[in-house]
Design a protein around this ligand. Structure first.
Ligand code: CDP
Ligand code: CDP
Length: 214
């Protein structure tokens, strides 16, 4: 059983996916972390995230511990992530890992929840349940601003907003696996919904789907 959750930056994918995975006792994979860790590795080497050879090497050399770095949440790492994410060979390297994990959830679990940009369209096009979260850019920038502010009180709202808009535009316009709602995905506009309301709505859809399968 695979549940796909896609959407633009700070739409609430990770918060939702983590809770759904816990409620269902499924594995959770934050696929954005793979791109963030790849981008962070290139930056740490003093490289340019648009440098194809370096980005591919960084993706190929990813280790599980690379995903645990606190700095991966920073907006400049998000920017580097979306640059390496536009490189087809980087996506190919990371795709195998994502598909393998989706089909073989660790810990003997019976399912997996994956969140990202292309889970429903490319990584797991056969996933039986797909969600696509959206919210206005102002609301999403506000959410991300609050998250970043907890770690760094000096963060500037306008910069967060600009970086988020730039990243969304790049993620939507790229040729390979662009951010796009999959056919038959359930669209949830979260603008005026808190995380609990989104979770409850999503769990209701999942229960209906599971009931239909019995
Ligand atoms: O993973 P993604 O970037 O899509 O978003 P997130 O990091 O899960 O969520 C961004 C922030 O929005 C978190 O602080 C959430 O608590 C908050 N939030 C949410 O997830 N869902 C809502 N409906 C409203 C706020
Ligand atoms: O949490 P947030 O939504 O801000 O970003 P993320 O999910 O951690 O993803 C960071 C970047 O990785 C995105 O801006 C995309 O460029 C890329 N990404 C992707 O291309 N495909 C995915 N399945 C997940 C992330």
């Amino acid at each position: 059983m695979i549940i796909a959750i896609d959407g633009p930056a700070a739409s609430g994918k990770g918060t939702l996916a983590r809770r759904v995975a816990a409620a269902m006792n499924y594995a959770y994979l934050d696929t954005g972390l793979l791109y963030r860790a790849t981008g962070a590795k290139v930056l740490a080497l003093g490289g340019d995230p648009d440098d194809v050879d370096m980005a591919v090497m960084a993706a190929e050399k990813l280790q599980p511990e690379d995903l645990e770095n606190e700095d991966l949440r920073r907006e400049e790492v998000g920017n580097a992530a979306s640059r390496v994410a536009a490189i087809p060979k980087v996506r190919a390297v990371l795709l195998d890992f994502q598909r393998h994990l989706a089909k073989n959830p660790p810990g003997g679990k019976h399912g997996a929840v994956l969140d990202g940009r292309d889970i429903g369209t490319v990584v797991c096009p056969d996933a039986p349940i797909k969600f696509f979260l959206t919210a206005s850019v102002a609301e999403r920038a506000n959410r991300r601003f609050k998250q970043l502010q907890e770690k760094n009180p000096a963060v500037i709202y306008e910069r967060v907003l600009n970086e988020l808009e730039e990243r969304d535009a790049r993620d939507s316009a790229r040729d390979i696996a662009p951010l796009k709602m999959a056919d038959h995905a359930i669209h949830i506009d979260t603008d005026r919904l808190n995380a609990d309301a989104v979770f409850n709505a999503v769990m209701a859809h999942i229960r209906t789907h599971m009931g239909e399968d019995d």
